[in-house]
Design a protein around this ligand. Structure first.
Ligand code: SF4
Ligand code: SF4
Length: 317
């Protein structure tokens, strides 16, 4: 893993254009430039030049980030914001062990499937995916995302090593978008369950009224091409800003609960405006974020898309 110093020139590539403000969910709620990548880079540049100290004040703003990657996608200078913030947090944590980045292996046809539940799913759900995909969990642990976000690269490295040893070259299927994102980042041949279910498509359902559903796209999900083919047995209504962050972001919600709830409330309004019976997503963290926003409202049922498909006779596996 690169250190903060290694990112000095990357940080200086920031032109201060401020375009990241227009997409950052935290900035939209706080209006504070220190909460968005531009402000964070000004501080980190100061740290690297020895003008500022990387202490609690700066760390507070490093923690005001959902790691949603929206600023990275939008940044005209092509800066990978999250990787820089991970390195800065690692500096705060005062650990520095090297991790060798591995190339992402290509998905193989007919590969043996392994199931990765992730920490939230282990606690919150009964894994219908396991029944659908007949995939075994060989004893995977945490994907390491919370440790990387917190700057604890030592524990992150242990998680990566453990999971990589168990995964080998096999295809790992998970129903947590954040875990899928992190496993792929660590070179594990992982796929989000919803994307894996894309083929073969579900047959059309001919009986009864179709349930009205909407979908919240987790920030760590790369594409949603699977969505309409998978939901052909439902009436799909796209919500406004369906790819806007739910505001959860793991420990972000604990450390910045007021901001997190504000972001979640906006998402809740967009969900309610669809009139859907069910709001689907593909990440257990987002499920908590959606519950947070809809708390106290007459709200639709909130489900992982995999659970939803398991409630019909239409799942394609
Ligand atoms: S969009 Fe990129 S270049 Fe522009 S201010 Fe934000 S981080 Fe800097
Ligand atoms: S990763 Fe998301 S929350 Fe963090 S600075 Fe970028 S847009 Fe804002």
């Amino acid at each position: 893993m690169k250190s903060l110093k290694d990112y000095a020139s990357e940080i200086q590539k920031c032109s201060k254009c401020g375009l990241c403000q227009s997409v950052c969910p935290v900035y939209k709620v706080t209006g504070n430039d220190c909460a968005v990548s531009r402000g964070k880079f000004v501080m980190l540049d100061g740290v690297l030049k020895g003008e500022l100290k990387l202490g609690k004040n700066i760390e507070k703003y490093l923690d005001q980030c959902l790691k949603c990657g929206k600023c990275t996608d939008f940044c005209p200078s092509g800066i990978d914001v999250c990787d820089i913030l991970y390195a800065a947090k690692a500096e705060c944590f005062k650990f520095s062990i090297p991790l060798t980045p591995a190339p992402l292996p290509l998905r193989e046809e007919g590969a043996q499937l392994l199931y990765f539940s992730g920490c939230f799913n282990r606690v919150l759900r009964k894994h219908p995916l396991k029944k659908l995909a007949a995939a075994e969990d060989p004893g995977f642990g945490c994907c390491g995302f919370p440790y990387l976000s917190a700057g604890d690269v030592k524990r992150f490295g242990k998680c990566v090593e453990h999971n990589k040893n168990l995964a080998g070259n096999k295809l790992v299927i998970t129903d947590c978008a954040s875990c899928a994102h992190m496993l792929k980042k660590c070179g594990i041949n992982a796929v989000n369950a919803a994307e894996y279910l894309e083929s073969p498509p579900a047959p059309p359902l001919t009986r009864g009224a179709l349930p009205k559903v909407t979908f919240h796209k987790p920030c760590h999900m790369e594409n949603t091409d699977f969505l309409k083919p998978l939901l052909r047995n439902a009436e799909y209504i796209e919500m406004k800003d369906f790819d806007a962050c739910c505001g959860f972001g793991g420990e972000f919600a604990l450390k910045n609960n007021k901001i997190s709830r504000e972001i979640a409330k906006q998402k809740a309004e967009n969900i309610l405006a669809t009139g859907a019976d069910v709001v689907l997503t593909a990440c257990p963290g987002c499920i908590l974020g959606l519950h947070q926003g809809l708390f106290g409202r007459k709200a639709p049922k909130i489900m992982n898309i995999v659970d939803f498909l398991a409630t019909t006779d239409s799942h394609p596996l």
